[in-house]
Design a protein around this ligand. Structure first.
Ligand SMILES: Nc1ncnc2c1ncn2[C@@H]1O[C@H](COP(=O)(O)OP(=O)(O)OP(=O)(O)O)[C@@H](O)[C@H]1O
Ligand SMILES: [Mg+2]
Length: 237
């Protein structure tokens, strides 16, 4: 088990957002958190990253174990250094820096000192970024910006990568490209936890799935075997 949340409760000020959440990611697996708007998907990923802290008037209780280390109450930089990569919702890349500068700024050794991901490896996985190497972030297409955001996450050589709604606002053809990228990532031994509303994308990239509603897990199982009535109930329009 690379990640194990147990009894996690999360709060913004006095608003209680996550309720007794249990969630696990096996090493090498790809897991999805599915749910409608505002159910707590981003809050779950932010809790893992240590972003619900007193500085942000937020808090987390319970246990979040990553490779045998307790993450609750650890500062974000230590969680990142321990090997958790994070691609926040809304692709936060540097708009005034080029693709290459964005990548180089993110580079750092993994927890074991390895620097597997360098520019060459990144351009192998994202050939379109190579062609756009000297283009400023703001001038990239939505799809290219998302690829760059994921690539920045990889430049930190994480063991586990958290991807928050990477399909948001992208055309179906670009979403298909992202499916390929995420599938190829798994062959590089990166474990993946994605938060999504896009059921089709989640089905294509994840093996296991948690459905959440109002901050609680309401369903867990193999993604390919989620009953249609469950999808309708929790994710239908
Ligand atoms: N900084 C904050 N302060 C107070 N409440 C917040 C804050 N951020 C989120 N919330 C509330 O927490 C709940 C969960 O939000 P969260 O962003 O985790 O949802 P989500 O599942 O990621 O939704 P979306 O699909 O829209 O991204 C929502 O009710 C939201 O209004
Ligand atoms: Mg969100």
């Amino acid at each position: 088990m690379i990640l194990k949340l147990h009894d996690v409760n999360a709060y913004y000020g006095s608003s209680h957002i996550l309720f007794d959440m249990d969630l696990e990611v096996e090493e090498g697996d790809s897991v999805c958190i599915l749910g409608r708007n505002g159910v707590g998907k981003s809050t779950t990923l932010k809790s893992i990253m240590g972003l619900l802290n007193p500085k942000n008037h937020a808090s987390v209780t319970g246990s979040i174990m990553f490779q045998g280390q307790e993450l609750v109450k650890k500062p974000t930089y230590k969680i990142s250094r321990a090997g958790v990569g994070y691609v926040p919702q809304g692709r936060q890349i540097f708009p005034t820096l080029s693709t290459k500068e964005n990548l180089l700024l993110a580079a750092k050794a993994g927890p074991d000192g390895s620097r597997f991901w360098d520019l060459d490896k990144i351009y192998e996985l994202f050939p379109s970024l190579k062609n756009r190497e000297s283009v400023k972030g703001a001038r990239l297409s939505g799809g290219e910006q998302q690829m760059l955001a994921i690539a920045r996450g990889l430049m930190q050589n994480p063991k586990l990568l958290l991807l928050d709604e990477i399909t948001e606002g992208l055309a179906p053809i670009v979403v298909d490209e992202l499916v390929e990228v995420v599938e190829r990532l798994r062959s590089y031994n990166v474990s993946i936890l994605v938060a999504e509303q896009n059921v089709r994308f989640a089905m294509s990239v994840s093996r296991h799935c948690y459905i959440i509603e109002k901050g609680s897990v309401v369903y867990y199982g193999e993604t390919a075997k989620i009953p249609p009535e469950i999808i309708e109930q929790y994710l239908g329009a």
